[in-house]
Design a protein around this ligand. Sequence first.
Ligand code: PEP
Ligand code: MN
Length: 361
Amino acid sequence: MTEELCLEPLGLPGEGRRPLVVAGPCSAETEEQVMATALQLKALGYKIFRAGIWKPRTHPGGFEGQGKRALPWLRRVKEETGMLIATEVATPIHVEQALNNGFDLLWIGARTTANPFAMQAVADELRGVDIPVLVKNPLNPDIELWIGALQRLNHSGVKRLGAIHRGFSIYESEMYRNAPMWQVVIELRRRIPEIPIFCDPSHIGGRRDLILPLCQQAMELGLDGLVVESHCSPDEAWSDAMQQVTPEELHRLLAQIVIRDEKVPTENITALRKEMEIVDDQMMELLIRRMKISRQMGIYKKEHNMPVLQLMRYSEILDKRSAQGERCGLSPSFVKRIFENIHEESVRQQIDIVNSQQENA
Ligand code: PEP
Ligand code: MN
């Protein structure tokens, strides 16, 4: 099934060349920070500046954005650098204020996409306004909510639509701030092939060192653009400090992305590789979870003066899993080797715990 959306190009500078980049700080904090970051990005050739003005925060009491006080700072960016300016809108008032201040691009945050009432209110406010709008995936991996949000905007007449993949909130993701679940993006591509899709590696990874691998993966999946957080002094950022990089660092990272030649017909193998990558990610998450349980068992064994190695249990695992593997066409010795290795690491982690507790005692 493909969705009936009436779409037009976003009309942004650099569109069509991959990746189309939107960069800027998580939040507009001060006029100086906004201007310094924008000038540095501009000098490096970036043309679209993002900054959060209204920040949806999980807990009350944190920095919730500067609100309308920041609007003139962003206007100044536009006037003095010529960059296009972009921000997140979550309510009709945000939309009104952004439009009155010359914003060129709006995005809908993950929390808003997940809420049909809020989405409809924003869509109603955008009726008859010809501006590009990017819709982040909802917090939960529900592609229907994501598509529904795009439809609401489209029914209000917004035709310059794009999507942003920023990962999904799951219970206990160890590797990412928001689990990428790339299969959801692949499905969005299948359902709405013509919509430009951006990746937001900053909110997926939550860490600077994950920006480049996530950007690369997004390009491997054929995504069109990147929305990346960049701050003139990342360590001092008032929100999302761990995932922000300086404009120079951003530039250095983006220069390393490899864009494959799409004319080479490697489609089938590439699709399979991507699928494999997703499974590898999941295997890693599971291994990390298993080791966590193992460490909890280490604590229990220590407290109850039990030996780390429980031979009976070990043989049971090896027998059960090799037989299971054989039933599914895997060589029993291969499965046995895998579980031997997993067990070896488990034992190592438990011994570590036992020893470290002894030292503390
Ligand atoms: C952001 O882009 O700064 C932001 C708040 O993102 P998200 O809606 O993806 O959490
Ligand atoms: Mn952020």
